[in-house]
Design a protein around this ligand. Structure first.
Ligand code: SF4
Ligand code: SF4
Length: 208
């Protein structure tokens, strides 16, 4: 168990809802949910989830900390915004889902090898290098993320899509040798550094 997780359990022993309100992006909205179920019914993937959003909010209020933070459900959100558009109480459901996923990651509670979390990290590592996504390298990291054998199998299975992307100029083999980048790379990296400092300061404030 991470030190931060232990500290948070201690600090919010009596209320998981308060922990969510203080540490999760838009978490202060959870108490506004009236359990109407519109978000769960509108979510295109909701019935494939272990816990649809409405249930997650109910579990937070019921203090089911481990079940919520260790769940895969919030990692399944595709940001389609159906729930936000339809929630009669105006809850920013999508943002809360991503906030919960991010908080679970900070605490080291994400289920092992959770594919969305792994892909999100890969995407960020790829994008943050040059300010543009190198699709060839991202695709290769994705295909080979479960080992060489799996990578070869997936590459063969996806070869037609890859070839069509090359033909349509959506992907270029030259991306393998560096790839394109934003015009002002130094400025971009400065911006990322500043955003990280602000985020770290915000997290530190909420931990104190
Ligand atoms: S639609 Fe809004 S109020 Fe209704 S269950 Fe979902 S979050 Fe709660
Ligand atoms: S934004 Fe996420 S939680 Fe909301 S309806 Fe779409 S997939 Fe479901």
């Amino acid at each position: 168990m991470s030190d931060l997780n232990t500290a948070m359990i201690e600090q919010y022993r009596n209320s998981f809802l308060q922990e969510v309100e203080a540490n999760v992006e838009e978490g202060e909205w959870v108490k506004m949910c009236m359990q109407c179920g519109v978000c769960a019914g509108s979510c295109p993937l909701g019935n494939a989830w272990e816990h649809p959003p409405q249930e997650i909010f109910m579990m937070i209020r019921a203090g089911k900390r481990e079940e919520v933070l260790g769940s895969e459900s919030m990692w399944m959100c595709t940001s389609c915004y159906n729930c936000i558009a339809r929630c009669p109480r105006g809850l920013p459901v999508t943002h809360i889902m991503h906030g919960l996923a991010h908080y679970a990651q900070r605490l080291g509670l994400v289920p092992r090898n959770q594919p969305t979390q792994r892909f999100a990290q890969m995407f960020w590592d790829n994008l943050s290098k040059k300010g543009r996504v190198n699709e060839l390298k991202l695709g290769m990291s994705l295909y080979f993320m479960n080992g060489f054998g799996e990578g070869i199998k997936t590459s063969l299975k996806m070869k037609d899509i890859g070839l069509n992307m090359f033909k349509a100029k959506r992907m270029s083999p030259t991306e393998a040798f560096g790839g394109h980048k934003v015009k002002d790379l130094a400025g971009f990296q400065k911006m990322i550094k500043k955003a990280k400092e602000l985020e770290d300061a915000r997290i530190q404030k909420s931990d104190n």
